[in-house]
Design a protein around this ligand. Sequence first.
Ligand code: DGL
Length: 273
Amino acid sequence: MTKSNNPIGVFDSGVGGLSVLRSICEQMPNEDVIYFGDQGHVPYGPRSMKQIQDFSEGITRFLLEQNAKIIVVACNTASAAALKYLRETFTEMQFVGMEPAVKPAAEKTQTGKVGVLATPATFQGALYASVVERFGAGVELFQHTCPGLVSQIELGELDTPKTRAILEDALLPMLEKNIDTVVLGCTHYPFVIPLVEQIVGENVRVIDPAPSVAKQVKRLLEAGGLLNSSGVKSRIQIYTSGDVKVVESVLPKLLNEAALVKSATWKNDREIL
Ligand code: DGL
């Protein structure tokens, strides 16, 4: 039986989902969290939908074994490739996923021109097409996949000349088109918001969906009577399929919370040992 003091499960291809975890900790300081970063396979963005779906299924099984009471797919790419499948396959579990925040952007833009930064798989998925169809009417969207940006963020290179060059390549042409809003459609990108803001200037709004996703997690837990009421400060455990030392070394740049980092190994594309 699911219990209120069980952990929240969160996963991403790497450190990106920590931008969502950060908001979860701010809004729900008593919740334990088990986070899975699939550094062994990062980046997901250029991979096939089938492969990302297999990884997402394996990670979901792993989080279920850790007694997760809800699972946050803190990755736009995995949400695009697998959210529907996960909901159909694990019918007992509640999932919260991500979709590029075109809706709030369309509501707020004055120029009617919005930039969207996300991975190739996210742009190819049915989820993005549906978001554009539902909320993008009357708005011109400019898309960019920011090649190499996820890897820079995995290395903790949040403000280096290479990272700046990748962002300038994406954003400068959009500024010429008169965008006034930028949607961060990949959970890695909120970690470079200071750099994005330097490039776009103060007249362009940057949308990070993490706080609304955390709010949705809280709403669902509350509705199911699953909020942790123990009053004990949360414990964060991070599993990585990559190198524990690398994750430990970038963590202080990404998260203010203390977290224990452990290793997890893939047996095959769908099973974690
Ligand atoms: N953080 C991810 C996202 O939100 C995935 C990035 C990647 O692995 O390519 O899309």
